[in-house]
Structures are given as C-alpha cells and as structure tokens.
Design a protein around this ligand. Sequence first.
Ligand code: OSB
Ligand code: MG
Length: 384
Amino acid sequence: MRNGDVDHGTEAGVRSPLTIDAAELRLVRLPLITPFTIATGTMHEKLFPLVRLFSGDLEGVAEAVMDPLPDYLEETTAGAMDFLSNVLLPDLIGKSFANPQALARHLAPWRGNHMARACVEMAFWDLWARSLSLPLQTVLGGEGSAIDVGVSLGIGTVENTLDRVQSHLDQGYKRIKLKIRQGHDLALVRAVREAFPGAHLTVDANCDYTLADTALLVALDDFALDYIEQPLAWDDIHDHAVLQSRMKTPICLDESIRTPAHARKALQTDAARVINIKVGRSGGHAHSVVIHDLCAAFDVPVWCGGMLESGVGRAHNIHLSTLPNFRKPGDTSSASRYFHRDIIVERLETTGGRMPVPAGPGIGVTLDHDFLATVSHAIQRFGG
Ligand code: OSB
Ligand code: MG
C-alpha cells in the first residue's frame, strides 16, 4: 500500500485508526561545530534518542530533547532510553489509535518524563500526517510557507559576543537571544545594547537567579529587552510572578512550562507575559497546541524554543511554529550553525531570517540513512 492509497474512510471525518506495527529506537551522537555554553554548563555534542514508528509502509520519526545529565530539566538520556525501550515502545506495538490525541491520552497517566513521551507522540503525529498525505502544519492547524527565526548565542566573552551579534544580524536573523548567568549579565547586555541600539534583543538565564537578585534583574529594565527568559528556578512559577510584579521587562517562561497546567497557572498569576513552547519539553504537539491556545486566550504571545535538535526535531518545531499565536521569532536557526552534517537529506537553512517550512507529507524531511548509520548507537527494534 502506498502513502496516498491508505483508506481512512471518507464519511463525516471518520478515519480508521492507525496501528503501530513496529518501532525502532536508537541513540544518535552528533558533534557540535562549536561548544554551546549556557548557565548550567557546556555542550560539546548532541546525544539524543531517535524514535521511528511504523504502520504498513508508512513511518513517522521524532527525536527526544533531554540532555545526558539532568541540568536543563530532570530527565536524562540514559533514563529516557530505558523508559522508551522497556516501557513506552514495547507497549505500543500492535495498538491502534484513532488520532494523535488518543495516543497522547494513552501516555497521559505516566508521571513526568515529558520529553520521552513527547518523542513518541511527535513520531505518531508525523506518521498520522503522512497517512493523510498532509503536511504536519496542516493537521496541527498552522499555515504559511516560512517562519521568522532568531538565534540563541551561547556564553562567550563580550568581545566575541559583539562579533557574533553583528554576523547574525548581517545574516538577517530577526532576534538575538543572549545567554546570561551570574557575573555575566549587566555588562554584557549594556555592551550589546550600546553597539546595537535597534536590535531585537532578549536574554535567557536558564534558572541562574533567585529573588535575592531582584535588584540586578530590575536593572535589566534599562536595556529595552523584548523579554527575559526563565530567570528563576525551573520548578517555580510563583517566584516568577513576584519578580514580574517588580520589573517592567516581560518574563518569558521556558523550563517552568512542561504541561498545559503549568501554562494555565503562569498565565493566571501573571508569572509569564511570553511563553517559549518547546514541543519536545511539553509532552508533544497535542499539549503544545493546548498551551498555544491558552496563551492566545490570555493574549500572551508564544515562540518556539529549540534544544539544538537535528533536522528531525527542527522540522517538527518549524511546523508547529506556523500556528497563529507564534508571534515572535523562534530558535529554529540554520542546522549548519551547529552541525557539519545533518541526519536528514534536506537542508534546513534560513534566508534573511526566514526558515522555509519543509514541504510534503508529515514533517516533510527524510532521514539520510547512510549518514545516520555512522552516528547511530544501540539500535533496537520492536515488533514487525
Ligand atoms: O534554554 O532555550 C534554552 C539550548 C539548550 C538548552 C536550553 C536552551 C537552548 C537554546 C537553544 O537556547 C537554541 C537552539 O536550539 O538553537
Ligand atoms: Mg531557554
């Protein structure tokens, strides 16, 4: 059976359920062109679980975004490999789901592990969209052929940061996000703002501050930042509400928003005036769409975060970013900024700060199997 031949029924939106016949899990290791430093540490390579789900001749793919150590959030790569290979994937073999939301509900009883669950859920969305011969963006409710993109600049010297800001503005990137941490904040932001008075500038603290640093954080109000991302603890919404009541710069939450309930609480308490949605952090596309809609109801703009994903994760992020409340440039910059070679055939590169949405069914990109084989470890197959 070929892609377009799948019969999903034609009456009144009835679709036959999709059965997961087989799954594959592997660990992919990609070196980074340059190390990426944030408040919690330095990344030298990207190590990630890659999941493929199979139904007949169709397949869907996604990657998981946790780090080897629990330093961004509490999940770890080893823990996720264990949970995926011993629990999540074997359980899915032979099961049918009426739609991706049904699969998301099937995964809902598990506590935490939002990144591992997201990976499975996202692969099913790709499979589902392919079974309908539709781009992922269409089944998610998005539209448009390109999105606005910014860059996230890792921690470096002030001098070096000024050079990188210049070169990325020259490339047309629509927003520059500076990573900050204790002792590497005000002087950096002042230098960049003085050199680039009109730049769309933001900062991301990755949880490095507490309310004891309120005076320093309030001093950032002088630099016309579009927002300050996740200044306080990853598991704390309340203190962000307190900080927001004391500073003018909008707070944008990243780490603190792992479920729609987190988003609701942040919105209801004015703890976030912007939200960074990372589909791989939020349990998948279904929950990301709920967070997106909640934010729209509160007139709070969202943008799509990144986790230095390969082209597979980036493609998922780009499709999600075409929903209407993604009103700020996202972290879906060119793959060539991070990797010498990507694991997909297509090149995900920006022009003038715009990233084209990969066309075709599903996420619209294809695995480069020859290259993927050279960077894959611990390949496991389930079912089929
Ligand atoms: O906080 O947004 C973050 C990368 C790793 C861990 C945390 C974060 C980031 C980024 C991603 O800033 C940037 C990108 O994917 O291009
Ligand atoms: Mg962040």
